[in-house]
Design a protein around this ligand. Structure first.
Ligand code: ZN
Ligand code: FE
Length: 254
């Protein structure tokens, strides 16, 4: 079993530390900072093998250089971001694989939030590290890509097994959920999820990971095909892309 440790840092970021106990190989996904990881690695007695970056934003790569210098790890990031990922050693493209001992992750390109954004999908471990592409009940802002690109990227994640755990990089759940409810107030599963989320946040517990199944039931950006959602947006019988585009636009000013 892959051990996955979730580390909350900054205001609302999560860093993930992954360890394969058999080979001892260890990776960190999107280290915003180095120090909390150096402390944890020392405590666990683990040696860092890889950094996996999903995209070039500072709150995902901020710890790259210090971690590399102090642990000698290799940095894996999108080939497209080779010029803007600090310390990159290995550039990956859609369809490539990354291994942590016997645990294999496929690299899926998900342009939208940024052009080079990639996610890491450990199929056998039922775990998706999706950076700022997919959030619990939301999706990333379009800083570099178009709505069509983001929609296409999300379709690649929507077809993953329902049991897939979604390890995204931000705790944006509650705010996302308020928006989701504003466009789909009669979604019972969404209402129920918001109660669970409120309880967790009250005691400062993470609402991440979610699952693909949960997202299909509650995340408006996965529900462009929902009749009631389309009706509430005044976009009945419109294409999924136009519903998505309108949702993204409304969320930006929500
Ligand atoms: Zn970002
Ligand atoms: Fe971010």
């Amino acid at each position: 079993m892959l051990e996955i440790i979730q580390i909350p840092v900054l205001t609302d970021n999560y860093i993930y530390l992954l360890n394969d106990p058999v080979s001892g190989e260890t990776a960190v996904v999107d280290p915003a900072l180095a120090q909390p990881l150096l402390d944890l690695l020392a405590k666990k007695g683990w040696r860092l093998t890889y950094i996996l970056n999903t995209h070039h934003h500072w709150d995902h790569v901020g710890g790259n250089l210090e971690l590399k210098e102090k642990t000698g790890c290799n940095i894996i990031a999108a080939q497209l971001d080779i010029d803007r990922t600090p310390g990159i050693d290995i550039g990956v493209r859609d369809g490539d694989f990354v291994s942590l001992g016997e645990h294999k992750a496929s690299v899926i390109a998900t342009p939208g939030h940024t052009i080079g954004h990639v996610v890491y999908y450990f199929a056998k471990d039922d775990a998706l590290f999706c950076g700022d592409t997919l959030f619990v009940m939301g999706c990333g802002r379009l800083f570099e890509g178009s709505a069509v690109q983001m929609w296409t990227s999300l379709q690649k994640l929507k077809v993953l097994p329902s049991s897939t755990r979604i390890y995204c990089t931000h705790e944006y759940t509650q705010a996302n959920g308020h928006f989701a409810l504003s466009v789909e107030p009669d979604n019972l599963q969404l209402q129920r999820k918001m109660i669970e989320v409120a309880d967790l946040r009250l005691i400062n517990k993470p609402t991440v990971p979610s699952t693909i199944g949960d997202e299909k039931a509650t995340n408006p950006f996965f529900r462009e095909d929902s009749r009631s959602l389309q009706k509430n947006l005044g976009l009945e019988n419109q294409s999924s892309v136009s519903v998505f585009t309108e949702l993204r636009k409304r969320k930006d000013s929500f």
